[in-house]
Design a protein around this ligand. Structure first.
Ligand code: IFM
Length: 446
């Protein structure tokens, strides 16, 4: 059966500044926490850094041409905050602004709608030195930055995402320490999450004011958490994990405040929440961006294996190179749940994709049937969600091209386009050719 999408459905791809741009210290760009982190020995696999990455800062014309060749309707990219404001606040870099302004013009020229993410994890190091996201002043600085970006680009850019995955910025950066700035402190992480959301909420009306008619939203990494068995212990553990990952962000954005069970679970004072903050965080949005990769299957650590019920949920053994379970049904489930529980006016899948190691074959082609299968199944799940009444308006594949996968460096390839990091040559994978046909047909094709 042919699986088609509604008319006007937006087909896009996504990237982020640190993962593709390179030129980490060119034209007056300030240092970001990811520059500092990746330059610290032992933090990134193989000692990789984003210093050069995909060299997109110099090759953006070629990259826009490739996007045009794919027939994309939209391109979601992020602005490097320290490229615009090298010290995080105050002095503006004209060269930084020019770069994004030219990129926006070239996209529009190619009939590709720019979708800008303001914060995709590369905080100016100068602001980290003043306390980073655990400091309330960083939320104020974020609004100044959002104001500047929307004033300079908002005449042409009508799709804005404030933050990408605040869970990851706060929890992986300030608690787990696997991401920049590499801290391990729950109080810092909770304050960081709050100030990220606060900066978001304050920025929403500012962006709207500077960019009339714009759609403004936020992108969350969301994933359902399935109990490993029907035991009370596993169900409680799964609900708690759900609270940490999903509800901690969805609830305050929807004017419900922080979920009480998780506040209790953390057992911290939360004294960074000031009067008016929760109202600001709940600024009405035009859309919610859903980044979906996999689900969690949760086993209680409170009761022993012997006391617990036998596991009944066995994850699909198929995994991507990240070790993540391939679970397309989870996309249907999370879209439905978010819509029926939270009722944002519209949803976009702002990221979905998979890392697989496919390389250039003897024929010069990169054949990646596993990625095609992954995307097909997820798109089919998305259409089931639409049929169930979810107002899903578009899909952004992660990612346009192979790039710097954070702590994994260049060892994980998520791209529709292969990047040879020695030569910076781009090669369209089978999945890119397939995606072009999907876009042309507005349907999942073989
Ligand atoms: O590469 C990342 C992206 O930066 C944020 N979302 C998940 C992707 C894959 O890990």
């Amino acid at each position: 059966m042919k699986v088609t999408f509604p008319e006007g459905f937006i087909w896009g791809v996504a990237t982020s500044a640190y993962q593709i741009e390179g030129a980490w210290n060119e034209d007056g760009k300030g240092e970001s926490i990811w520059d500092r982190f990746s330059h610290t020995p032992g933090k990134i696999a193989n000692g990789d850094t984003g210093d050069v990455a995909c060299d997109h800062y110099h090759r953006w014309r070629e990259d826009v041409a490739l996007m045009k060749e794919l027939g994309l309707h939209a391109y979601r990219f992020s602005i490097s905050w320290p490229r615009l404001l090298p010290e995080g606040r105050g002095r503006v870099s004209a060269a930084g602004l020019d770069f994004y302004s030219r990129l926006v013009d070239a996209l529009l020229e190619a009939a590709i709608e720019p979708s800008i993410t303001l914060y995709h994890w590369d905080l100016p190091q100068a602001l980290q030195d003043q306390g980073g996201w655990p400091a309330r002043a960083t939320a104020e600085a974020f609004v100044e930055y959002a104001d500047l970006a929307a004033r300079r680009l908002g005449d042409r850019v009508k799709h804005w995402i404030t933050l990408n995955e605040p869970f990851v910025s706060a929890m992986v950066g300030y608690l787990e320490g696997r991401h920049a700035p590499g801290h391990s402190d729950l109080d810092e992480a909770l304050a960081a999450a709050h100030h990220l959301l606060l900066g978001h909420g304050w920025a929403v009306p500012v962006i709207r004011r500077n960019s009339p008619g714009a759609q403004v939203g936020i992108a969350l990494n969301l994933s359902g958490q399935t109990p490993a068995s029907p035991s009370a212990a596993d169900r409680a553990a799964a609900w708690q994990r759900d609270g940490v990952i999903n509800r901690w962000f969805l609830d305050p954005l929807s004017a419900r405040g922080y979920p009480a069970d998780i506040v209790q679970h953390y057992g911290r004072p939360m004294d960074f929440v000031q009067a008016g903050d929760l109202e600001a965080i709940a600024a009405p949005l035009d859309f919610l961006g859903v980044n979906y990769y996999t689900r969690g299957v949760v086993r209680s650590s409170v009761v022993s294996e012997a006391e617990n019920a036998p596991r009944t949920v066995l994850p699909n053994p198929e995994r991507t190179e990240m070790g993540w379970e391939v679970y397309p049904e989870g996309l249907y489930e999370i879209l439905g749940r978010v819509h029926f529980d939270y009722r944002f006016p519209a949803l976009y899948i702002t990221e979905n994709g998979a890392a697989y190691p496919h390389q250039i074959g003897p024929d010069g082609q990169v054949d990646d049937p596993l990625r095609v299968a992954f995307l097909k199944e997820h798109l089919a799940a998305a259409t089931r969600a639409i049929a169930a009444g979810v107002p899903l308006r578009g899909y952004f594949a992660w990612s346009l091209m192979d790039n710097f996968e954070w702590a994994h460096g260049y060892s994980k390839r998520f791209g529709l386009i292969y990047v040879d990091y020695q030569t910076q040559r781009r090669v369209l994978k089978t999945s890119a050719h397939w995606y072009r046909r999907v876009i042309a047909a507005n349907a999942v094709v073989d």
